[in-house]
Design a protein around this ligand. Structure first.
Ligand code: HEC
Length: 274
């Protein structure tokens, strides 16, 4: 009987303990994490341009830089968020673009929120619309940085974008050609592999241009390499040479002794000759 009592006590303790940790971790903290991970970047990217970046010109008088600003609301004087109730929150309703009472936000259709972004907003409001302090945000960011980065993909150096979100965007390695292992493609026959590959991938409805004759080839190559048309004797020599264009092009020299190929990369030269 005593041991039965003990088991019962442990059982109750386990439930209580679970409940406590659930209570602490679930609602507020999930909402804080969601804020740092999704909501703050979303508001920055989609709303702050008109609702806070320039404090002198805040559209509709709605300041989205803080929770206090959201609760204060804009011209309507209605709080933009009703905690726990997205369907009563002007912020969410405006973003759904499907409300009789609130204008579509952001106003430009091209910038509308995706279904996923709307779900984040909804969840954030439902879970208590927590807005952690700056130091708390940094702690959360640090704590989850690695896990999020694994989920989001890898960063790739770029020449920059209009927003930090775009500049620092992450890529799924499976979608990046530079991360794919190099494979050797078997090309049958003696034709130039580039032609074969282009033919294989040619979209329906497109056909290859006819092969250029030698006169056209020498003109294209000379324009590309020197910016000028070929000399008449260069055209004659090239047209009357029976060897393959690539071979007959090599010895071509200008009157001043420079070769036509000069120091331009050989690949460009081959592209025009073959
Ligand atoms: C290009 C500028 C622009 C952007 C971007 C923008 N808004 Fe607005 N917003 C306005 C203007 C202008 C008004 C006031 C006129 C109106 O309500 O149509 C307004 C009003 C609002 C209001 C009504 C405030 C009130 O109490 O009257 C809400 C809510 C709102 N915006 C939410 C958002 C949200 C959320 C985003 C981002 C997802 C956003 N806006 C992005 C220009 C913008």
């Amino acid at each position: 009987m005593q041991s039965l009592f003990l088991i019962f006590t442990v059982f109750i303790a386990a439930i209580t303990c679970n409940n406590t940790s659930y209570g602490q971790q679930s609602t507020p903290i999930d909402s804080e994490i969601l804020f740092v991970r999704r909501i703050a970047p979303l508001l920055r990217e989609k709303c702050l341009g008109c609702h806070g970046n320039n404090p002198q010109e805040i559209e509709g008088s709605l300041d989205v830089r803080s929770l206090a600003g959201l609760f204060a609301g804009g011209d309507s004087s209605e709080p933009s968020i009703v905690t726990g109730k997205p369907d009563k929150s002007p912020l969410y309703l405006a973003a759904t673009r499907n409300s009789d009472d609130w204008s579509e936000m952001p106003p430009k259709e091209a910038e509308q929120l995706s279904a996923e972004q709307l779900t984040w907003l909804r969840e954030w409001i439902t879970s208590g619309a927590q807005w952690p302090s700056k130091p708390q945000q940094e702690t959360i960011q640090k704590k989850f940085a690695e896990a999020w980065s694994l989920e989001d993909g890898i960063p790739v150096g770029t020449s920059g974008g209009l927003s930090p979100e775009w500049t620092d965007r992450k890529y799924d390695p499976a979608g990046l050609w530079a991360y794919q292992p190099v494979t050797k493609v078997a090309i049958k026959g003696t034709r130039n592999p580039i032609d074969v590959l282009i033919e294989q991938e040619l979209p329906t409805g497109l056909t290859l241009a006819p092969r250029a004759d030698r006169r056209t080839l020498i003109r294209r190559a000379t324009f590309d390499l020197t910016g000028l048309p070929p000399l008449p004797q260069e055209v004659e020599a090239f047209v009357n040479d029976a060897s393959r264009p690539f071979i007959s092009f090599t010895p071509l020299r200008r009157a001043n002794g420079t070769t036509l190929v000069g120091c331009r990369p050989l690949c460009r030269f081959i592209r025009f000759c073959e």
